[in-house]
Design a protein around this ligand. Structure first.
Ligand code: SF4
Length: 390
């Protein structure tokens, strides 16, 4: 997540609640993408540090648990940058140019000059972020699916370029050792076929050679084929997009909740401000007077009820609104209570963490070390595969 500072209910319902579930199902890595922030805000980096700290406090306050997940800062694991650079050498420019968000974002952020090398390369940096941990799954929304797809293509290309020969040799040797006969001769034949014709034919030759070995049972033969089929050594596994359900949290005005629309309720909003903000929410413009009936479909307050209220309360809103049986303030009251109840424990926890920055910093440091160990293992394999071990 980019360091955007204090988070709001949109982040909570759209992303964080999902993280809370995932952290018990997977070995999760959650990180502050501070370098990504620079791809669009390179002129203005001085807020990143405070934003980063505020964001991590909010993660922890909602229940992201450093005991069951790894929380870290991207720039504290320089292996992301090294992998990004190495991958950039073999990534066709056209792959980056056709990422849908590249043009979209340039259109949306017209006031910024985004014709930079860093901005074009940011999906590749994301690929490095994922591949550095050899992640199996990446939780994304539909708009990010293309980024996982390009990561898969890049991993495939890397494995194709650098994973073949050592993989073949290791696997072929393993298979032939299992056969226990004519090792040298068979291996030489295979190796020759492999070098001359590539691995598809080498595989066929290997299969034919294996079939000639009549001391091998059918079951063993299948198993050996399996070893050989693994000739393309996977150094960087292809990740899957984990399309996870998440609730869309509308903003106070019914548009998407976003700081840029000034329609948010932050996770650390004071009780008075929550109260005032919900009271001031616009309603169906047709309800000018208390006894004008309204239509919940035209009211942002109804969107909140869909998220916070049970069926019984939703029926009460529908009936009350369309018959002018309830006033808009009556309608908002249970919502104020529900949002306050949701935010209360988060507020308390965040306050505790705000007063204990050292605790937050040590959680981050520990997470960075753990993440770095993991990324260093991957980079070692990557350098070895590319022959950069001198
Ligand atoms: Fe909106 Fe509720 Fe007022 Fe109807 S009664 S207009 S749903 S706030």
């Amino acid at each position: 997540m980019r360091p955007t500072g204090r988070l709001h209910l949109g982040h909570y319902h759209g992303v964080l609640k999902n993280w809370l579930t995932l952290q018990h199902e997977y070995d999760c890595f959650f990180f502050v993408a501070d370098w990504h922030a620079l791809t669009t805000h390179y002129e203005d980096p001085q807020h990143v540090q405070q934003h980063m700290l505020d964001m991590v406090i909010d993660w922890l306050a909602v229940g992201v648990n450093p005991g069951s997940s790894t929380i870290f800062i991207q720039s504290r694991v320089p292996e992301h940058a090294e992998l990004h650079l190495l991958l950039s050498m073999m990534t066709p420019l056209s792959w980056l140019e056709r990422v849908p968000t590249y043009k979209d974002q340039q259109e949306k952020l017209r006031e910024k000059d985004l014709s930079t090398y860093g901005f074009l390369g940011y999906p590749l940096l994301q690929s490095a972020d994922i591949l550095a941990y050899r992640a199996g799954s990446v939780p994304v929304g539909a708009d990010q699916e293309a980024h996982v797809e390009i990561t898969r293509e890049i991993a495939r290309r890397f494995n194709h370029l650098y994973g073949r020969e050592p993989g073949f040799e290791v696997n072929a040797e393993l298979a032939i050792k299992k056969m226990g006969r004519k090792q040298g001769e068979i291996y030489r034949k295979l190796r020759k076929t492999y070098l001359e014709k590539g691995d598809d034919e080498a595989l066929e030759t290997a299969k034919a050679l294996l079939k000639e070995q009549n001391n091998i049972t059918l079951g063993d033969r299948e198993r050996l084929f399996g070893y050989l089929e693994g000739t393309g050594k996977v150094i960087l596994p292809e990740p899957q997009a984990l399309m996870t359900p998440h609730a869309k949290m509308p903003g106070l005005d019914g548009q998407k909740m976003s700081k840029s629309y000034n329609n948010t309720i932050s996770l650390r909003e004071s009780t008075d401000d929550v109260d005032a903000k919900i009271r001031k929410m616009p309603t169906d413009p047709a309800r000018i007077r208390r006894n004008d009936p309204g239509d919940p479909q035209k009211c942002p307050v109804w969107q909140f009820h869909k998220l916070y209220s049970d069926q019984q309360r939703q029926d009460w809103v529908q009936n009350g609104c369309t018959t002018a049986g309830i006033g808009c303030l009556d309608c908002k009251k249970p919502l104020i209570e529900a949002v306050q109840a949701e935010l209360e424990p988060i507020r308390i926890e965040a306050l505790e963490l705000e007063n204990n920055h050292d605790v937050v910093k040590s959680i981050i440091t520990e997470g960075c070390e753990k993440a770095r160990d993991e990324a260093q293992d991957t980079l070692k394999e990557v350098r070895d595969a590319m022959g950069l071990h001198y």
